[in-house]
Design a protein around this ligand. Sequence first.
Ligand SMILES: [Zn+2]
Ligand SMILES: [Zn+2]
Length: 360
Amino acid sequence: MSSGPSSPGPPESSSGHSGRPGGRPRPWTGWRWADAAFRSGPRVVRVLAPNPGPMTLEGTNTWIVGTGPALVVDPGPDDEAHLAAVLREAGSIAAVLVTHGHPDHAPGAAALAAAAGAPVFAARGLPGWERLRDGREVEGGDAILRAVATPGHTADHMALFEPTLAALFTGDAVLGRGTSVIDPPEGDLGLYLRSLRAMWALGPRVIYPGHGPVVWDAGAKLEEYLAHRALRERQVLDALAAGPRTPEEIVAEVYTDVSALLHPLAARSVLAHLMKLEAEGRVARLGRPPLARFELATPAVCVRCGAPALPRSSYCHRHSLEVLQEGPSVGASPPPARSRGPESRPGGSVEGGHDTSLTT
Ligand SMILES: [Zn+2]
Ligand SMILES: [Zn+2]
C-alpha cells in the first residue's frame, strides 16, 4: 500500500462521476483510518477486527460514523477485545448496523449493542433487532445512514449511505481490493449487477468497504466492478462457443493466471455467471450437478413466423397473443429444438483481465 499525500480528497464536482481525478490513498495509520480532512461532515473511523484471511483480507472493517452518539457499522466477530476497542473509540453509540449476516460481520452486534444499550438494525437478524429495509434511515448524533438494498453477495445484503459525505458503506458488496464473492445459490449475479448499478446511481464519492482500504473514487470503482463482470461473462461465452463445458473446464481455460488453489472458488464464480446466463435464456444446462455441463442456447425464434421469440416461449409477441386467443387445442406446437451454439472459435486463450488477487 503506497502512502499518498494527506491533502483533502477529490475536489467538489457537480458533474456526477465524470471529471474526478484518480483516487488518492490515505496514509495508513495502523489499526484505523481517520477521515477528518476529507470533507466537513461526520467523522468516519475504522477499527480493524482481528480476523484476517483470504476472504476477509486484513480483517473486517468496523466503521464508527459520527459522534455524540455514534453509529457503528458491522461490529464483526464476537471478539471481546475488538468490541472493547470499538466502544472506546465510539464513546456513546446510537445504533449498531449490520450489512449482512455473514460470520465476519454480524456476530459481534448483540454483545456490542448490549454493552452500549443501543438497538441493532439488520435486514435479517435475531429477535428484538430492528428491521433494516431499503430506504430506512437510522440517525446518530451528527450522522444519518440510509439503507440501500444490495442483494447479490447474500439475499439480505444492505449498503448504508451517509448523505453529507456521500459515503457508501458497502459491506461485502464492494471491497477495497479484489472482487466480491458471488457464490450460488446464496449468491445471485443478476441481482448483484443490479445492486452495483443502484449503488453507482447514488453518486457516492467514497466507499468504506467491509474489507480492505477505503476507496476514494467510488464511481470509478463501481464502474471497474461492472466492467470486470462483463469481461468475465464474455470469457465464459467465448469458452462455451467451443462446445459444452463444466464450470471447472471453463476455469481451466479462462483463469490461467490464477493459482490452481483458487480454482474451486473461481468455479463458483463461473457457475454464478452460467446461472445468470441460463436465467436470461442465453445458456442451457445439460445434465445435473455435479456433472452438469453448459452450452450456448440458440436464441429461440417464433415457430410461426421466424421472428425472435419471447423469453421461454415458442412464439413472438404477436403470435403468442394469437395462440392465447385460439385456445389450448390449437397452439400446442412443440418448441423449437435447441441446437448447438455458433461455430466453434479456435483456441481458448483469452488475453488480459486475469485476476491476480485472491478473489474472483
Ligand atoms: Zn459476506
Ligand atoms: Zn465479509
